[in-house]
Design a protein around this ligand. Structure first.
Ligand code: ZN
Length: 319
């Protein structure tokens, strides 16, 4: 059986998961990581697979438990030039420039130094990846819990990133400045994971993860979709100003009735992307996206080719 589900979304409908703060990829990645931060933290806290010391575990738990309060500051992450801030604000005690600064209480604003988002202090060109953004945010939020040791917080941030994130890849079309970025977050001891799917144009990032999850199917409505991975993707150029991207999915479905976790393959998502250079802008922008979910065309048995018997109590929650 072949089922097509069509969901057409205009960009207005993306309010809330589009990041277009006038910045570039570094700002976007920092804001994406900020919004998704609970997921890697939960992985490390639930499964003890991140090799944290007791002290690291305690600090991470405090960060996780107070995320709601942090998010209560709706402008918690801001980007500033050094000259916009009091003299020395972005400097450490030796006068070296700092990438991020915050204060010591929960909910404090985290200031990012715009000068260092695209160039290292040594002047080398770079941008801030999602992994780096996760790690910096963990560091800064650690300061909100009386943790003043920068080296300790650096280690904590990099451990969480190293163990909770799996593969990451980018899919770029050959001729236009747009790319899709896929970052894998593991949970449930590696049996279940969730990819985060972002599309970036020259002005904004769009997080498609939840929209994709919303239109995916899990064999019967009784089964619960726990997460999905993209295992292959490709770009197709249809016409000028219109691109298509195809993502092959592997989903993790949980049957409460049978206490079975089912791994399902063969479903795809087609994303139609319209682009233009609006208002004589020199930046290419995505103006419209269509998400089109195509259910596995094979017999159900072939779609659900892995069945794993799994203890309900061990399932580590839902993304
Ligand atoms: Zn610090």
């Amino acid at each position: 059986m072949r089922i097509f589900l069509l969901l057409t979304l205009t960009l207005n409908a993306y309010a809330g998961f589009e990041v277009g703060n006038g910045g570039g990829i570094s700002e976007n990645n920092i804001l994406m990581a900020y919004r998704q931060l609970a997921k890697p933290l939960k992985f490390c806290l639930d499964f003890k697979l991140c090799f944290l010391s007791d002290r690291e575990n305690q600090v991470l738990k405090k960060i996780y438990d107070t995320l709601e309060i942090e998010y209560g500051n709706s402008h918690q992450v801001v980007f500033k030039m050094e000259k916009e801030m009091p003299k020395g604000f972005f400097r450490d005690k030796y006068g070296n420039p700092r990438l991020a600064v915050t204060f010591s209480h929960t909910g404090s604003t985290i200031y990012f130094n715009r000068q260092l988002l695209y160039f290292s202090p040594g002047g080398k060109k770079r941008d801030i990846s999602i992994e780096t953004a996760f790690s910096i945010l963990i560091h800064e939020l650690g300061h909100h819990h009386d943790e003043a040791d920068h080296t300790f917080l650096n280690d904590l941030g990099s451990k969480v990133v190293k163990y909770s994130l799996g593969k990451k890849w980018r899919l770029s079309p050959p001729s236009i400045p747009i790319f899709t970025e896929i970052v894998n977050i593991k949970f449930d001891k590696g049996n279940v994971s969730q990819d985060l799917v972002f599309i970036h144009d020259q002005l904004k990032s769009i997080d498609l993860t939840d929209k994709i999850k919303k239109i995916m199917k899990c064999e019967t409505p009784k089964n619960q979709l726990l997460g999905f991975e993209v295992w292959q993707g490709s770009w197709m150029r249809i016409t000028k100003g219109f691109q298509k991207i195809k993502l092959n999915l592997r989903s993790f479905c949980y049957s409460r009735e049978a206490s079975i976790l089912k791994k399902r393959e063969g479903d795809t998502i087609l994303i139609g992307i319209s682009t233009s250079y609006p208002n004589e802008s020199t930046k290419l922008q995505i103006t419209n996206l269509d998400l089109n979910y195509i259910e596995c065309k094979e017999d159900l048995d072939k779609c659900l080719d892995h069945r794993i018997y799994y203890n309900l109590n061990k399932l580590g929650g839902n993304l």
